[in-house]
Design a protein around this ligand. Structure first.
Ligand SMILES: Nc1ncnc2c1ncn2[C@@H]1O[C@H](COP(=O)(O)OP(=O)(O)OP(=O)(O)O)[C@@H](O)[C@H]1O
Length: 276
């Protein structure tokens, strides 16, 4: 058993990816990528379009065949089928929210919860709101939307519902693919704060394009470029890396470069506010 402790150290819920490699008919999309993520930090994976970010998540969750290693604590994930990886506690969201629009928030959560429940506890749950569902509703700020059809939730609320579904499944590792795409500024802030709360006890890995969001909420960042790790470290370290500046200058345009170049006061030290 590995030691359990919070604040970014190695635990049974740590995700450790080593020398990950994914090839599609001769094209190497992920080429020897290594990084780790631990409970207590909001870990970011960034990089230009086509860098290999989603493919890394696909490999970890069993959707793409990969070589190398992706370990949850002491368990190897690579080579296991998708449903077994889910059962080990690895949950993910996709770039497009995948909730049942016709069903209420509660019904969506009940279905998600069913994945980990026996029929007897499902029967019990039908008489009221299950404790895990109630906790997920509170944590994601959706408690007031119990009977709302998911289809009429705001864009941000749909993403939070997806995160809530992972919480009721008791995911120990959450892999989130562009969770704030299309969100308003306020929704992004609420999402960042939600991720910080969730990450206190779970491993959270966020794939993002939004540099401002990354600067505000990342504890550590891995930058991918053309399938390889270009840079890795705190927000301040990564932003100061000339290799990162060069890639963003060359591929992502002036706006992103400007966003990357600004190191906020709070991030200029070794870590972000939530560590203090
Ligand atoms: N199933 C597939 N078959 C062939 N090539 C693929 C497949 N999936 C991804 N790729 C290629 O692998 C590379 C990495 O794609 P990936 O989606 O992981 O990048 P990304 O960093 O997530 O990009 P984006 O930010 O645009 O989502 C791209 O060149 C993509 O075209």
């Amino acid at each position: 058993m590995t030691e359990r402790r919070g604040g970014g150290g190695m635990t049974d819920d740590s995700l450790v990816v080593t020398d990950l490699r994914v090839e599609f008919s001769g094209f190497v999309a992920v080429d020897g990528v290594s990084f780790d993520a631990h409970p207590g930090e909001v870990r970011f994976l960034i990089g230009p379009n086509g860098a290999g970010k989603t493919t890394c998540i696909d490999a970890i969750t069993g959707l793409s065949r990969a070589t190398g290693s992706a370990r949850l604590g002491e368990r190897e994930l690579l080579g296991r089928p998708v449903h077994k990886i889910v059962r080990l506690g690895v949950g993910r969201t996709f770039q497009t929210a995948s909730v049942f629009d016709e069903l209420s928030v509660l019904q969506n959560l009940d279905i998600a919860a069913g994945l980990h429940r026996r029929s007897t506890s499902l029967l019990r749950a039908r008489r009221g709101v299950d404790a895990s569902v109630e906790q997920a509703l509170e944590e994601t700020g959706l408690a007031g939307e119990l009977t709302t059809p998911a289809g009429i939730l705001s864009h941000g609320q749909k993403q939070w519902l997806e995160i809530a579904m992972l919480l009721v499944q008791d995911a120990r590792v959450l892999l989130l693919d562009e969770p704030v795409a299309g969100m308003s500024h306020d929704e992004r802030t609420a999402t960042g704060e939600l991720l910080q709360r969730i990450a206190a006890k779970r491993t959270v890995l966020v794939v993002e394009h939004d540099m401002d969001f990354m600067r505000r909420f990342a504890t550590r960042v891995t930058v991918l470029h053309q399938g390889k790790v270009l840079s890795q470290g705190t927000v301040a370290e990564v932003q100061a890396d000339p290799k990162v500046q060069e890639v963003y200058l060359g591929t992502a345009g002036a706006a992103t470069t400007a966003a990357m170049a600004v190191v906020p006061e709070a991030a200029a030290g070794t870590h972000t506010a939530e560590e203090d």
